[in-house]
Design a binder for this molecule. Structure first.
Ligand SMILES: Cc1cc2nc3c(=O)[nH]c(=O)nc-3n(C[C@H](O)[C@H](O)[C@H](O)COP(=O)(O)OP(=O)(O)OC[C@H]3O[C@@H](n4cnc5c(N)ncnc54)[C@H](O)[C@@H]3O)c2cc1C
Length: 449
């Protein structure tokens, strides 16, 4: 998707800005900047999108497009992103966020689809622990607005302990839910900062009754919005262009890829924080400390057709399904993509980090997620200490709760901060060396961002 079509390119009075990373944060930043400056968007992979990734499967002459990365959004929890989709004209459709939990050794299997699936057996109907789980869930919903504004660092697990939430609620509802939301292990899922969990529960109305759900997906797969963006974008999109070095001087920022080096007035680093730090030549101490504090973990995503990952009773099949392994105690999340994306046809499931190998695998991907623990939370509080200095701005979902809205908003914010600061910066000469020789064959397609 190399797309050098900027109408402003070459005009002497137009400022030149580079955006490094073509995930939602880089796309949002590039879109916001393009009205005012000459933008070059560098993406290391051969496709735009990062965690926005749709996979096409051919079955009996029909093509099904399944999202293996980002998929769903909510008008209140993803307000800016939703407005942008409407602005650029991307069609969307309704979905729901129903959730099931299966713990075979305890005989527990329930879903939030409705009363019948929540009390899916007579044992559950007469189980005080299960009624208590329901009560605790209602209670957490009521407490969420206050908890979302909690100052200071408390993780979700601590909060539940201190406030006498039941073990069943914590281990058989919230831990699998957090593991699904942040693709974490069951053990570390409850280390999630309380504010993050509470604001998601409050704003995104997760697990409302399906008929009331306002959750949406992009019709035809999330990557559709990338197509629309690329068609409308007046700047230069350079895929297969990993930025290896970012050198800040008094009068410019010089970016080096494998093929050449180019000079810009400013740069927005829209890759992950550790990738940004790796590319910076002579990072400041603050950059090293803040960007280096956030850890990442690889998550394997497998798209398959193996229904053994789902609840035993098909009436409990939900959009999100957690299966808790008796031996390891780990929860494994499987998304039922037919329900999520409204697909009729063969069954498509996506399992995060499966503990065994599913049958009928269509594709596998790896995505890196930020670990949003106490270190990350503290680094987020220090963003202003590095952002906008030395002509360098930072965006990415890692500055928030790791969701698409966090990425989108941080991209727009970085663009606006840059535009406000640009008049005070001296001009670069805009000179580059060498030319781009786009090598479409070298990227590894099996890897997500
Ligand atoms: C399986 C999965 C499901 C998800 N589902 C949802 C969901 O339903 N709803 C939701 O809100 N969020 C969801 N998320 C989270 C959210 O989509 C992502 O966190 C968000 O898209 C991240 O955007 P980003 O721009 O910060 O990073 P990324 O998407 O990772 O983009 C960073 C980009 O930078 C590029 N890059 C890195 N280094 C360089 C370099 N040196 N030079 C050039 N380019 C570089 C990478 O190749 C990548 O394309 C999901 C994430 C995953 C993985």
């Amino acid at each position: 998707m190399n797309n050098p079509k900027s109408p402003t390119q070459g005009a002497a009075d137009v400022r030149r800005v580079a955006v490094v990373g073509g995930g939602i944060s880089g796309v949002a930043a590039a879109h916001r900047l393009a009205e005012s400056v000459d933008v070059t968007l560098f993406e290391a992979q051969r496709r735009l999108g990062g965690h926005t990734d749709s996979h096409s499967v051919w079955v009996e002459d029909k093509v099904y497009t399944i999202d293996t990365g980002f998929v769903a959004f909510h008008p209140s929890g993803h307000a800016s992103f939703c407005q942008w989709l409407a602005q650029i004209g991307v069609p969307t459709q309704r979905t729901d966020m129903t959730f099931s939990v299966r713990a075979d050794e305890e005989g527990v299997e329930y879903s939030t689809i409705g009363w019948r699936t929540f009390f899916s057996s007579s044992e559950l109907l007469f189980s005080l622990k299960h009624w208590r789980l329901l009560w605790d869930w209602q209670r957490f919903h009521m407490e969420a607005p206050k908890a979302a504004e909690h100052q200071g660092l408390v993780n979700a697990g601590e909060y539940f302990r201190q406030n006498n939430y039941s073990e069943r609620f914590v281990q058989r509802h919230m831990a699998p839910l957090c593991a699904a939301l942040w693709a974490q292990s069951q053990a570390s899922a409850l280390d999630t900062p309380l504010q993050h969990l509470a604001s998601i529960v409050q704003n995104q109305k997760i697990f409302q009754h399906p008929t009331q759900s306002l959750w949406q997906v992009v019709s035809g797969g999330a990557s559709q919005y990338l197509e629309v963006f690329a068609e409308q974008f007046p700047g230069d999109i350079r895929c297969n262009s990993r930025v290896l070095r970012v050198l800040r001087t008094d009068s410019s920022v010089v970016l080096e890829t494998e093929h050449e080096s180019l000079e810009f007035d400013a740069v927005i680093m829209a890759c992950h924080s550790d990738q940004a730090l790796d590319a910076l030549v002579e990072p400041t101490t603050a950059e090293t400390n803040v960007l280096g504090a956030i850890k990442y973990m690889d998550n394997q995503v497998v798209l398959h057709g193996d229904a053994t990952y789902m609840p035993r009773d098909p009436r409990n099949w939900s959009s999100w399904n957690a299966r808790i392994d008796a031996q390891s105690g780990r929860s494994e999340t499987t998304y039922w993509m037919n329900r999520v994306q409204g697909i009729r046809g063969p069954q498509f499931f996506i399992t995060l980090n499966p503990q065994s190998t599913p049958k009928r695998i269509w594709t596998e991907r790896k995505y890196r997620h930020p670990v949003l623990d106490a270190d990350a939370y503290q680094a987020q509080q220090r963003r202003a200490q590095i952002n906008g200095l030395d002509r360098t701005f930072y965006c990415g979902a890692y500055w928030g709760m790791g969701g698409h809205e966090d990425g989108f908003r941080s991209g727009v914010d970085a663009a606006e901060q840059l535009l406000a600061k640009l008049p005070s910066l001296s001009r670069s000469t805009g000179q580059g060396q060498g030319g781009y020789a786009a090598d479409m064959g070298s990227a590894d397609q099996s890897q997500g961002g």
